[in-house]
Write a protein of this length. Structure first.
Length: 154
């Protein structure tokens, strides 16, 4: 009985590994040759804030940046949208606000590009469930298929 369970688990993990590898290969093919709208300048990093989901399309999420000196408004994004802005290397927080406010803080190195994904709660209209830093390949894919984008002017 234990042998059957071990074999079953091994097969499940093998299939999961193949599925993940297949997804990575697919994303690499889909983004091959695609250039992001902006790369960071020397000494800086680039932050892309993404909202790839089409849930709650009419809801704007206000995006703020805090580098320890206070919040700066960067813009608002809707479903299938993104914005990006350049920051100096160091510690930064991205804040997303609608009916509530969530922050994600992280450290970036010079020449690094970070992709922050926002998640909204469909059950609680407009409430930001959270944000996470996602894999650069997935982030690049979301940017490549986004409905629109904005360079923050702040």
């Amino acid at each position: 009985m234990k042998t059957k369970i071990v074999v079953l688990l091994a097969v499940i993990f093998l299939i999961a590994g193949v599925a993940i590898a297949g997804t990575i290969e697919t994303l690499q093919k889909l983004t091959e040759g695609y250039q992001l709208p902006a790369e960071p300048k020397e000494g800086n990093a680039m932050i892309y804030v993404l909202r790839p989901s089409s849930d709650l399309m009419g809801e704007n999420l206000n995006i703020y940046h805090d580098n320890g000196t206070g919040e700066t408004y960067k813009g608002a994004i809707k479903a299938s949208d993104y914005l990006y802005f350049e920051v100096p290397a160091g510690k930064h927080c991205v804040i997303s606000e609608n009916t509530n406010k969530k922050a994600l803080c992280f450290k970036v190195e010079a020449k690094e590009t970070i992709f922050v994904q926002q998640n909204l709660s469909a059950a609680k209209t407009g409430e930001v469930e959270g944000m996470s830093i996602i894999d650069p390949l997935l982030g690049k894919y979301y940017v490549s298929v986004a409905r629109s984008h904005k360079l923050s002017q702040q």
